[in-house]
Design a protein around this ligand. Structure first.
Ligand code: FCB
Length: 471
């Protein structure tokens, strides 16, 4: 069989691939994971400050108090991005820097920081891509019910407008939310993430209010004349363990509903899928879905951000208790995928990325896709003798996944850019600092940055606009 014929599903690792002219190469981070300076310049507390300071919540008791100290070191970090040749940098704004208690007038010192960061990026020819919410809800809003409460959606839209007012003259691309599935279900159902609640009914309400907040924010950004606006999801690349078994296929469909269609269908104007509403009704009366919400949530998008790391394989297995992160998943077993895994234990399967992207383009067409995160954690070591961090596994992961993106492009999927997760090693949520996702190593005691081999490799990919053939 020719390479041509197989390239859509199984990228040929040996062939050189070139991305289209204008394809954007970059890296991503998030405020709480890198900034530190948790109490500086009037920043209020977020749910992640509270959560990380709760004994037992985060590995080793790690917190984001100092993180990568990016708040103070951003000039050097931006200079490093420029040396790597990044065309774009996706970062998030810490809501509690802008509104320390989640409402009311903006804290100018908080906005000043992002103002300086944006100017510094432009000074180096790097496009800023702003995420408005990457999980750091002001604690004061959580105290009033958090995302389980409708009011939070309105507060989010007000906050979005405040940020746009200051940065909108320079920032062209806006992402409202990062991975609302994680915010709702890891935060409010399993309690693995902040705010650490374990209430399925609250998690479904949170999912709705996140979507509503997104839609209201799109409205207020559009009214203010914003450029391109989108949302970032982490769609599950879910498949049945045995595709020929009807009950496995039904299990995959259930998880697809609880992870993907619950967000994608309303965003694309189809309202909530009936099978998902059936599950929700097992836990709560969804009285929080109010008339008119569907239209607000379905506000047209200019881009769909996709974060992809690993596939999900499920099988029907009677008697299996529900997963804490998927209320209503009784009788569904999550199966191990044979083959290599990352330091997170996440199976490495680039072909699933292509399948996911082609599915998204087929089922939710018409909106350009940006890969807003993709990357891998490995147990990296800095060799002081050579000042080098050799990370061949990460290079292999990124190479395979970029080929998978290219295969999707060849199949006609409109992918505009790729942002590697992450620029820096950082605070990996409940895992703390022990999981390293950066292409740049951070030596936390000194805050020294050392570009890993993967950073040099990525620099060459960007220079070349693609991947070389394998030797
Ligand atoms: C994603 C998050 C990001 C990072 C990666 C590894 O779910 O958006 O902040 O933690 O996973």
């Amino acid at each position: 069989m020719s390479t041509q014929a197989t390239s859509h599903t199984s990228p040929d690792m040996a062939a050189p691939v070139t991305f289209p002219p204008g394809f954007v190469w970059g890296a991503a981070t998030a405020a709480y994971q890198i900034e530190g300076a948790a109490t500086v310049d009037g920043r209020g507390a977020s749910i992640w400050d509270t959560f990380s300071h709760t004994p037992g919540a985060v590995h080793d008791g790690d917190t984001g108090d100092t993180a990568c100290d990016h708040y103070h070191r951003y000039p050097d970090d931006v200079a490093l991005m420029a040396r790597l040749g990044l065309g774009a940098y996706r970062f998030s704004i810490a809501w509690p820097r802008i509104q320390p208690r989640g409402s009311g007038p903006a804290n100018p010192a908080g906005l000043d920081f992002y103002d300086r960061l944006v100017d510094s990026l432009f000074g180096h020819g790097i496009e800023p891509i702003v995420t408005l919410y990457h999980w750091d809800l002001p604690q004061a809003l959580e105290d009033d019910g958090g995302w389980a409460t409708r009011d939070t959606a309105y507060r989010f839209a007000e906050y979005a407008a405040l940020v746009h007012e200051r940065l909108g003259d320079r920032v062209h691309r806006w992402i409202t939310l990062n991975e609302p599935w994680c915010a709702a279900f890891l935060g409010y159902a399993s309690g693995i993430h902040a705010p650490g609640r374990t209430d399925p009914a609250a998690a479904f309400a949170a999912a709705h209010h996140l979507l509503l907040g997104h839609g209201l924010a799109v409205r207020s950004l559009r009214d203010a004349g914003a450029g391109e606006i989108g949302i970032t999801l982490n769609p599950a690349a879910v498949r049945p363990a045995d595709p020929s078994a009807e009950d496995d296929a039904a299990a995959a469909r259930t998880i697809d509903g609880l992870h993907n269609r619950i967000f994608l269908d309303p965003l694309f104007g189809r309202g909530y899928p009936a099978d998902v509403v059936d599950v929700v009704r097992r836990f709560t009366d969804p009285a929080w879905m109010q008339p008119g919400d569907d239209d607000i949530i379905a506000a047209p998008l200019d881009l769909l951000g996709v974060n992809y790391y690993t596939p999900t394989v499920v099988a029907a297995r009677a008697g299996t208790p529900p997963s804490a992160v998927y209320p209503g998943s009784d009788g569904i077993e999550f199966q191990a995928v044979p083959g290599p895994v990352t330091a997170m234990g996440w199976p490495i399967e680039p072909a699933s990325f292509t399948t996911l992207l082609t599915r998204l383009a087929a089922d939710y067409s018409g909106v350009p896709i940006w890969i807003t995160e993709n990357g891998a954690a490995f147990d990296d070591h800095h060799d002081p003798a050579t000042d080098r961090v050799a990370d061949p596994d990460r290079i292999h992961y990124l190479d395979g996944h970029l080929r998978a993106v290219h295969a999707a492009l060849s199949a006609g999927v409109d992918v505009r850019g790729y942002l590697v997760w992450s620029l820096l090693d950082n605070f990996e949520w409940a895992e703390g600092y022990r999981k390293r996702f950066g292409i740049v190593f951070v030596h936390y005691p000194t805050q020294n940055r050392v570009p890993k081999d993967s950073a040099r490799w990525y620099q060459a990919v960007i220079n070349r606009g693609g991947l070389p053939g394998a030797p």
